[in-house]
Design a binder for this molecule. Structure first.
Ligand code: HEC
Length: 162
């Protein structure tokens, strides 16, 4: 009886060791795959373009002037942005890694910035196509991208380029 329990607990300890070992192996293979090529769902992520500092700075000025009132100076979005307001519309979401801006390809983001949200769907995001040039909207997007972590940038580049 006692030996049985000892055997079981030793098996359990072995189990823990195996788990630790396999996590170690997994983390090693993640870091080596980063050096080689990052793939998402079996498709390689093309090299993520380096952001131009001057464009990011110009984008920040435009963002502060046109976007920060709703999306926040630090891109933090409005409080409880996941919950609909009393009128059914949604608060402005964050544009940092916590939001979902990085889930969308460049083309869709630039389209939303230019045309705003669809009022028929209760969206209140205004369109800026009349106020800002395509170049300026691109620079604002570069500024937003400069706030994403490496993985968010890789994912967003993957959905943009595929
Ligand atoms: C008057 C408030 C307001 C201003 C100003 C504003 N937005 Fe928005 N934005 C919103 C809201 C609210 C949403 C959520 C969708 C909706 O209701 O239209 C949104 C959504 C977005 C989205 C979609 C995000 C996603 O993950 O789907 C993008 C991109 C965006 N805004 C960019 C901008 C940029 C860039 C500017 C400045 C040029 C800007 N917004 C200015 C309120 C605003």
């Amino acid at each position: 009886m006692r030996t049985g329990t000892q055997a079981a607990s030793s098996r359990a300890r072995h189990g823990v060791c195996w788990l630790a070992l396999s996590l170690l192996v997994a983390s090693c293979s993640i870091s080596s795959s980063e050096i080689e090529a990052v793939t998402i769902q079996g498709t390689a992520v093309p090299p993520v373009p380096t952001l131009d500092v001057k464009r990011v700075q110009a984008g920040q000025e435009l963002y502060t002037q046109y976007c920060a009132a709703c999306h926040g100076l630090d891109l933090e979005g409005q409080l409880n942005w996941k919950l609909p307001k009393a009128d059914g519309s949604y608060p402005a979401p964050p544009h940092n890694s916590q939001g979902h801006t990085w889930h969308h390809p460049d083309e869709l983001l630039l389209e939303i910035i230019a045309n705003g949200g669809d009022p028929a769907l209760g969206a209140t995001m205004p369109g800026f196509g009349e106020v800002l040039s395509e170049e300026q909207m691109g620079m604002i997007l570069d500024f937003i991208k400069s706030h994403w972590g490496e993985e968010e940038r890789q994912f967003q580049w993957w959905v943009t380029a595929r």
